[in-house]
Design a protein around this ligand. Sequence first.
Ligand SMILES: Cc1cc2nc3c(=O)[nH]c(=O)nc-3n(C[C@H](O)[C@H](O)[C@H](O)COP(=O)(O)OP(=O)(O)OC[C@H]3O[C@@H](n4cnc5c(N)ncnc54)[C@H](O)[C@@H]3O)c2cc1C
Length: 85
Amino acid sequence: MKIDGVFIFIGYVPNTESLEGLIELNKWKEIVVDKDMRTNVIGVFAAGDSIQKRYRQVTTAVADGTIAALSAADYINNLKKVEAE
Ligand SMILES: Cc1cc2nc3c(=O)[nH]c(=O)nc-3n(C[C@H](O)[C@H](O)[C@H](O)COP(=O)(O)OP(=O)(O)OC[C@H]3O[C@@H](n4cnc5c(N)ncnc54)[C@H](O)[C@@H]3O)c2cc1C
């Protein structure tokens, strides 16, 4: 068969093995987050294909990343406020 290229199907299991027992994962090994991309561990955020969600596209990954970054900044700013008090 003459072909110009191949896409190798690597499956849907995210590379989250190293997080097992540290961060809450669902039965598909996806990271469980809330709407602000917070995990169950305070100060740890997740985004993109590795999280529990329905649609995995570049646009959804980018949006998740924006939310996670803003949430992380918010978290750090609140820590600084508490330290200053
Ligand atoms: C064949 C294919 C076609 C697709 N076509 C489209 C499309 O047409 N349009 C569309 O919108 N979306 C498409 N998608 C989906 C889109 O690519 C993903 O939703 C998007 O790339 C997710 O971005 P991400 O940053 O979460 O993950 P990724 O882009 O997968 O980036 C994760 C990065 O983390 C790295 N990494 C993994 N484990 C570790 C580790 N332990 N330490 C350090 N780094 C690590 C990986 O090497 C990778 O660079 C396609 C996906 C595939 C597989």
